[in-house]
Write a protein that binds this ligand. Structure first.
Ligand SMILES: NC(=O)C1=CN([C@@H]2O[C@H](COP(=O)(O)OP(=O)(O)OC[C@H]3O[C@@H](n4cnc5c(N)ncnc54)[C@H](OP(=O)(O)O)[C@@H]3O)[C@@H](O)[C@H]2O)C=CC1
Ligand SMILES: O=C(CO)COP(=O)(O)O
Length: 340
């Protein structure tokens, strides 16, 4: 089978390596919008900008032409959009305009579209309506607890592919379920995508709490009450709350909120240290999806009348309306209530 990944950031590169280690040489291809970056990867054998220290398999193809990266795929092959949320609509629109054949398309990004608060699959459906000229593509989201650095180092990891198409789930498992990676299947796109979006915001909150030395009790409270917020939102949006108890909900929440490899957690730690947000994002060198996503999740929660106090406070902190201390004070002074 052939696999094409679009986007050579840390996660796209790690997943390209994962597939290329187990599929025949030449079957996996990584595209980047930056041809110079691909040239550097070719010369050094690693992606020094985004995934330093990981030697990439020699059988991994590097392709600077999007048309060629898409044309190589047929019915049982896989296209993986590995850009951040901010690149999803543009990349999918380009793909759909170019494609002359039905494709199996998945995305790796975690977040909601700022402005519209659409989930990734809703963004893709919108682009499909506009650009697909009658071709029927299959779609899905691949998510779960997975630091790129660890996957790059072939350490154990478990993910979930969510799709309405069983055939697509099988194809994704064929591409990535090898060696130290397990891939489970689910049909709950809403639950999987909202889990991935909300956990990043909670990871920033946990980072702030840890940076302010609020203690381990506080961190456990943020994660547990944050998980309740996630489950309420998933239910109101039409997903299954129990999906939040799996890899893409609580699994990714634990990883991202407690693991110092997390960019979102590091944003929280730096905010607590008093560093201005623009400076933090400048120094990060990578995307931290929770920053842009917090106000989109708050919009969606308001639209669906879902109570999400921690998420709302994080939206206020990240948009500069409240300091972390003010947000904490507001959260702690809420009226007593039942634990639901
Ligand atoms: N890193 C991780 O451990 C994991 C990340 N994810 C998710 O995967 C997504 C990607 O994250 P990650 O790889 O870490 O991000 P990085 O910040 O490491 O890299 C982003 C990559 O996307 C490219 N890109 C950005 N916008 C566009 C666009 N419009 N068109 C084409 N390429 C674009 C960038 O290219 P350029 O260099 O040209 O700007 C860069 O190669 C995020 O949503 C993240 O939450 C999910 C699981 C694990
Ligand atoms: O989604 C991730 C791990 O599953 C990566 O988290 P960060 O974007 O916070 O690094």
């Amino acid at each position: 089978m052939k696999v094409t990944l679009l986007g050579a950031g840390s996660w796209g590169t790690a997943m390209a390596a994962q597939a290329a280690r187990h599929l025949p040489p030449g079957d996996v291809c990584l595209w980047s919008r930056n041809a110079q970056q691909l040239e550097e990867i070719k010369q050094s054998g690693e992606n020094r900008g985004y995934l330093p220290g990981i030697t990439l398999p020699s059988g991994l193809e590097l392709e600077p032409h999007l048309e060629r990266a898409i044309a190589r795929l047929s019915q049982n092959d896989l296209l993986v959009v590995a850009t951040p949320m901010s690149g999803l609509s543009e990349t999918v629109a380009q793909v759909l305009r170019i494609a002359k054949q039905p494709l199996n398309i998945i995305w790796l990004c975690k977040g909601l579209e700022p402005g519209t608060a659409l989930l990734p699959h809703q963004v893709v459906e919108r682009e499909d309506l506009e650009h697909s000229h009658g071709l029927r593509h299959a779609y899905g989201a691949l998510s779960g607890p997975s630091f790129a650095q660890e996957v790059g180092n072939e350490m154990p990891c478990a993910l979930t592919i969510a799709s309405k198409s069983n055939a697509l789930c099988d194809i994704v498992q064929m591409a990535f379920h090898h060696g130290n990676m397990r891939v489970y299947a689910s049909d709950d796109l809403i639950g999987v995508e909202l889990g991935g979006a909300v956990k990043n915001i909670l990871a920033i909150a946990a980072g702030i709490g840890d940076g302010l030395n609020l203690g381990l009790n506080a961190r456990a409270a943020v994660l547990t009450r944050g998980l309740s917020e996630m489950m309420r939102l998933v239910k109101a949006a039409g997903g299954r709350p129990e999906t939040c108890m799996g890899l893409t909900g609580v699994g990714d929440l634990i990883l991202t909120a407690t693991g110092d490899l997390s960019r979102n957690r590091r944003v929280g730690l730096a905010l607590a240290a008093g560093t201005p947000l623009p400076e933090i994002l400048n120094n990060l060198g990578h995307v931290a999806e929770g920053v842009l996503c917090a106000s989109a999740v708050a919009d969606l929660a308001n639209r669906l009348s879902v109570e999400m106090p921690i998420t709302m406070m994080m939206g206020a902190v990240l948009s500069g309306k409240l300091s972390a201390q003010e947000a904490l004070k507001k959260l702690m002074s809420r009226d007593p209530k039942l634990e639901v």
